[in-house]
Design a protein. Structure first.
Length: 295
């Protein structure tokens, strides 16, 4: 009986740690975004010679995001030791939803910044070594046979860059031939070989998969299909909870998930159906749609 009582406490602590970790990651993203926006604001001031207070304040991220993060942190830290499992369970789902919502808002902020800066600028902000002279050696792939340790380290760092490139550019499928002419990958000595090796690093970590045997087309999962399913479900509940959701409506949504491959959208429909959030309906023209379950 004693062990049974201890188990919920262990699960409670584990969920607390996961929420705190996600909270910390969001704070880091917000700090990096602030820094990038500030730099761009200063550059803009020099170009058009305007008052500092006018441009910097316009470009800083919303203070509301930080306030919401503070509230979640307060619940997880100062109050956590005083609540029981039932109270936490009542709040846990709301916390998870709020963290997801904040993550989407931060991504939206980055998209807004991306209109003024390039994907490469965002990459350099997170990976400054891309432009540091002392790291120029990173554009040459180490010999896997003679320098295995250096090769593994090189592939790991570049895999992070490739993953972030897809995330910032909001691309789900990468064409390696096209990447060869994009910064920073255009600086590689042997671009095709280097990109394939880096892509394999993401495949090994199950963050991507090859879509062709020639390894020229890569699907990058910078967000899981489960997360996309949740976003599509919430979006569908807002716009049309009583009507079947059609694939072309998802395409026209102008949301981050609007560019998901068709195969992934079908997989998402199946995930939602499995989670009992509705059912897949086959239309007369053979296409699939999804009818939400409204309680």
């Amino acid at each position: 009986m004693e062990r049974q009582r201890e188990r919920p406490k262990e699960e409670l602590k584990e969920r607390e740690k996961e929420s705190e970790k996600e909270l910390e990651e969001l704070r880091k993203e917000l700090v990096r975004l602030k820094e990038l926006k500030h730099q761009k604001a200063l550059e803009k001031q020099k170009e058009i010679q305007i008052e500092e207070s006018e441009s910097v304040e316009d470009l800083l991220p919303s203070e509301e995001i930080e306030s919401r993060l503070d509230k979640i942190e307060d619940f997880l830290t100062s109050k956590f030791g005083k609540i029981d499992e039932k109270t936490y369970q009542q709040n846990a789902l709301q916390i998870e939803k709020e963290l997801q919502a904040i993550e989407l808002e931060i991504i939206g902020e980055k998209s807004a910044v991306a209109k003024e800066v390039t994907t490469y600028d965002l990459l350099v902000n997170d990976h400054p070594w891309l432009e540091e002279t002392r790291y120029v050696f990173m554009y040459s792939m180490p010999n896997k046979k003679t320098d295995l340790k250096d090769y593994e380290s090189w592939k790991q760092e570049w895999s992070k860059v490739l993953f972030d490139y897809a995330r910032y550019a909001l691309l789900h499928i990468l064409y390696l031939r096209k990447l060869e002419s994009e910064k920073p990958f255009s600086k590689f000595e042997d671009r095709n070989t280097a990109l394939k090796e880096i892509a394999e690093g993401l495949v090994d970590k199950q963050q991507a998969e090859w879509l062709t045997k020639s390894k020229e087309k890569l699907r990058v999962y910078w967000k899981s299909l489960d997360n996309w399913a949740e976003e599509i479900f919430e979006w569908a509940m807002e716009i049309s909870p009583l009507e079947p959701i059609l694939i072309f409506e998802i395409r026209d949504s102008n949301k981050a998930f609007s560019t998901l491959p068709n195969d992934d959208i079908i997989k998402i429909f199946k995930i939602l159906e499995k989670d009992k959030k509705g059912k897949i309906i086959k239309l007369e023209n053979g296409e699939l749609s999804f009818k939400l379950k409204v309680e």
